[in-house]
Every structure is written in structure tokens, then in C-alpha cells.
Design a protein around this ligand. Structure first.
Ligand code: NDP
Length: 465
């Protein structure tokens, strides 16, 4: 029997949810998992969708169950498992059968796999976690356009919809989809970190309990900050531990995990010389958070910082700081995408990227619709200069400054918000201080500088003699 529309390998959290989503949208799907019992359990638990699913015991059976030309999704951990799975699968396939890596691959790996592939290959970024994969993720595709077009009807059908528009878009050749997914995750890190920083002011500076903080997030979710991350921050703060009845948040160790996509984004930003300080600070903050013992030793050594802020800020200022911070972090992410587009010759569609993030993914938010419109007007302009976002910054940068200043004077660390503010100030300063850097560089290394008065290049100071 070879009539399944598509195949899928890897029935873990994401693969199982994606397979059910595909079946739910009416497509016959054949599945296989390295550990066979997982496949059987998956099929047994598929309920009404079981008739759309062919569970197979071997890779050969999987391949035989799919209609030609075949398309098979890999949903296995990034890195070597993907290469191993491709190596095992490709010899069983016909020349025009397609492999689709839907995991969180490093885009350089996807570039390599696309170049080395002996048959059609796509790398697609999938965002939205388990629930997104089951009911509608955001999908960022990379590879040859003709390959994308072959499976676009399935990917669009299973994707999230924003007012009826599928959140599944082809981004460009080779690793373009996985690159865009990585930047998405970088923005996600910064968005989450800024929310956590404001939570810190409420908890440690204002002495608010988790319930009160949860209600504040709920309120903010009715305004300009309306987004999935603000929504779940409220839900997390309001949840109670079932065994003790105390707020769940207060029971969680303050050491953040990560799977590396934020780190990839930051490393790549450095390679591209793209300034994304709020995102970099968020990755640093996660690294630092894991040093639990050192932080405790630091508190013993120096004493806790004087955190209560005694009315120095109000909640409206915190909301304003988050609005400004969010604009600045997204502006940084999009300028990084633009830099990559040029460096890699990809022509990445910035307005479409904002559109594909409007639903399904972790950073979905109301603001992204306006960002899509602003980028459609002028994709080369930094978002922070577009009318709507310049207005947000004009209205809220004072709040951001106040929050960062109070955090500094009261010992509440806020690396991402502070980095966002420094970016804002640097990007609104026509004459900065790099003239001193250039003077220093010329002094010790005769690197030369450009003169202010006549634009002459390769000039040297009097110290050269
Ligand atoms: P899980 O750990 O839940 O599942 C991993 C799956 O891959 C299992 O089916 C496992 O099979 C299989 N697998 C593991 N190693 C190998 C191997 N060497 N060869 C073949 N199969 C293997 O992972 P997730 O579903 O969470 O993640 C899958 C991919 O999706 C990753 O790239 C992840 O980064 C990405 N992703 C995850 C998201 C999430 O929220 N979880 C969100 C977006 C993307 P077995 O049962 O035999 O162990």
C-alpha cells in the first residue's frame, strides 16, 4: 500500500503532534520512529485519526507506504541524528523523493545538507511548541522554491492562520528557513528576558506577590503588549503548586535552560557585524542564571542589593519600558535578518517574515501586524524609525530610562532592558564617541581615520611623528 501523502520520522513531542495535525487536516500520513514501541503507542492513541495514519516498523515499510514522488519529514534532534537519518533514508528513496528537516537545525548545517543532497531537500523551521505543532505552527521554509511548492499545500494546511492567511512561507534557498527560525528564537529570548526583568522589579522592588504580578500581566495583555508571551507570563504567575498550594513560580529554581538557538543567533550576529545587544544580553542572562552557587556566594560576600524601590516607579512605567524594549528588540532582530539577506544573497522577505510570526509561533503578538505593514512600506529602514514604532519609542523611552535607572540604583539586574536602552541612545546620537576609538587605534597602530572637516580618509594624528 503506497498511498500516504507524506511520511514522518521521529514521533517525539514535536513529531507526534505534527503527525496528528497532518492527519487532522485530512492527509494520509505514514510514520516511523527509531524506538518501535513509540510508533505503536502513537498509533494506538490516535483515536479518530487512526484511519489516516499508517504506522510502520521499518524504514523500508515507511518508504513503501508513501505515494511517489515521496516527501518525508524528519523531526529528530538537530545535529548528527539528522545526518544519520538522511544517510539511512536516502538510499531507500527515488531520485525525486524529498527529505524535509523540520527540526531546529543550525542553518549552516542546512546549507551543507542542501548542497550535498543527492535528491530534493528542504529545511523548515517550525515554531509554536507542542501545541503549535498539533494545532497550527508557524513554518519558515528554506530550499529550492520548486521543492517548497511541492509540499506547500500540506504545510499551509497545517500551519496557524492569521485572519485566514497561512503562517507558512518560503524564505529562500538552502538554510534561509532555519536562519529565520534562529532569529525568531533570539527575539524570543530577549522578549522573555525583558518580561522577567520587569517581573524582578515587581517582585523584589515593589514587593508584589505572584498573584498580583499575574494580574498585572493579564491587564497588559489587553494593551499594546498583547502577545502570547505576556499571556503565558500571567498564567505562570497565577498558577499554584498542586502539592503545596503556593504560587508555582515561587517553587521554580531561577536557572534558565536553553537548547542553543539563542547562542547560534548571537554568534551569527557577530559574524554579520549586526548589532543585537538586547538579544545578546538575554543569552548572557541565561548563562549567568545557571551559576546558582556562585550567585549565592556573591550575595554572602557583598550582601544583597538594596532592592525595595519605595514608590520610585509605577506600573505604567513598567508597561512603557516593556513596550519600548520590545520595539527595540524586534528592530534589532529584523536588522540582523536584513544583514544576513545581503551577506548570503538570500533576498529574505522581511514583511512576510513579520506576517508568518503573527500566529502560531512563540513570539506572536499584535505588534507584529504593524511591523509587517511598516516593513512592507520600507524593508530597508530600521523598524525603530518607522512612524508607528517611532511613536511608541517617543512615548515610552522615558519610562524605559526610568526603569533601567531605578534598577541600577536598587540593584535589580536588567541586562536586556538596559542593552535595549543603550541601543536606542546610540541609534539617536548623530555624533557618538567612536572618534576616541579611532584616535586610540591610530595612536597605537597607525590605523588612520577620516577627518570631520574635509572627509579625507587615512589621516593620522600629530602623535604619528
Ligand atoms: P523529542 O526528544 O521529544 O523527540 C526526539 C525524537 O527523535 C524521538 O522520536 C526520538 O526517537 C528521535 N530520535 C532521537 N535521536 C534519534 C536518532 N539518532 N536517530 C533517529 N531518531 C532519533 O524532541 P522534540 O520533538 O522536542 O524535538 C524534535 C526537533 O524539533 C528538535 O530539532 C527540536 O529542537 C525541534 N523543536 C522542538 C520544539 C519543542 O518545543 N520541543 C519546538 C520547535 C522545534 P526515540 O523514541 O527512538 O528516542
Amino acid at each position: 500500500m503506497s498511498n500516504a501523502e507524506i511520511g514522518l520520522i521521529g514521533l517525539g513531542t514535536m513529531g507526534a503532534a505534527l503527525a496528528l495535525n497532518i492527519a487532522d487536516k485530512g492527509f494520509d500520513i505514514a510514520v516511523w520512529n527509531r524506538t518501535g514501541t513509540v510508533t505503536q503507542d502513537f498509533a494506538a492513541g490516535a483515536g479518530d485519526l487512526a484511519s489516516k495514519i499508517t504506522a510502520t516498523d521499518t524504514l523500508e515499510d515507511l518508504v513503501a507506504a508513501i505515494a511517489k514522488p515521496r516527501a518525508i519529514i524528519l523531526m529528530v534532534p538537530a545535529g548528527q541524528p539528522v545526518d544519520d537519518q538522511i544517510a539511512a533514508l536516502r538510499p531507500l528513496l527515488d531520485d525525486d523523493d524529498m527529505i524535509i528537516d523540520a527540526g531546529n537545525a543550525l542553518f549552516h548545517d542546512t546549507n551543507r545538507r542542501a548542497r550535498e543532497a543527492t535528491g530534493p531537500f528542504l529545511g523548515i523551521g517550525v515554531s509554536g511548541g507542542e501545541e503549535g505543532a498539533r494545532f497550527g505552527p508557524s513554518i519558515m521554509g528554506g530550499g529550492k522554491r520548486e521543492y517548497w511548492d511541492r509540499v506547500a499545500h500540506v504545510l499551509e494546511a497545517i500551519s496557524a492562520k492569521y485572519e485566514g492567511t497561512p503562517c507558512a512561507t518560503w524564505m529562500g534557498e538552502e538554510g534561509a528557513g532555519h536562519f529565520v527560525k534562529a532569529v525568531h528564537n533570539g527575539i524570543e529570548y530577549a522578549d522573555m528576558q525583558m518580561i522577567a526583568e520587569v517581573y524582578g522589579i515587581m517582585r523584589d522592588g515593589m514587593g508584589m506577590d505572584a498573584d498580583a504580578i499575574g494580574k498585572v500581566f493579564e491587564g497588559w495583555n489587553n494593551g499594546p503588549l498583547k502577545s502570547y508571551l505576556i499571556e503565558i507570563s500571567g498564567a505562570v504567575a497565577l498558577a499554584k503548586d498542586t502539592s503545596t498550594g503556593t504560587p508555582m513560580l515561587d517553587m521554580i529554581v531561577d536557572a534558565a535552560g536553553q537548547k542553543g538557538t539563542g547562542r547560534w543567533t548571537v554568534i551569527e550576529a557577530q559574524q554579520l557585524a549586526a548589532p543585537i545587544p538586547a538579544i545578546e544580553a538575554a543569552v548572557v542572562a541565561r548563562n549567568l542564571s545557571s551559576r546558582v552557587g556562585e550567585r549565592a556566594a556573591g550575595e554572602d560576600l557583598f550582601g544583597a542589593a538594596p532592592q525595595p524601590i519605595d514608590g520610585a516607579l509605577d506600573l505604567a512605567q513598567l508597561e512603557g519600558a516593556l513596550i519600548a524594549g520590545k520595539v527595540l528588540c524586534y528592530a534589532q532582530g529584523f536588522t540582523m535578518i536584513e544583514a544576513a539577506s545581503e551577506a548570503f544573497g538570500w533576498a529574505l522577505p522581511l514583511p512576510d517574515i513579520a506576517k508568518v510570526w503573527r500566529e502560531g509561533c512563540i513570539i506572536r503578538s499584535d505588534m507584529l501586524n504593524d511591523m509587517a505593514a511598516a516593513l512592507a512600506e520600507d524593508p530597508d529602514r530600521n523598524l525603530m524609525y518607522a512612524d508607528r514604532f517611532a511613536d511608541y519609542l517617543r512615548g515610552n523611552h522615558a519610562a524605559l530610562r526610568a526603569v533601567v535607572a531605578v534598577g541600577a540604583t536598587h540593584g535589580v539586574a536588567m541586562p536586556s532592558l538596559a542593552s535595549g536602552l543603550a541601543y536606542f541612545d546610540a541609534m539617536r546620537t548623530a555624533r557618538g564617541t567612536a572618534n576616541m576609538i579611532q584616535g586610540q587605534r591610530d595612536y597605537f597602530g597607525r590605523h588612520g581615520f577620516v577627518r570631520m572637516d574635509n572627509g579625507a580618509k587615512d589621516q593620522h594624528g600629530p602623535w604619528a611623528d
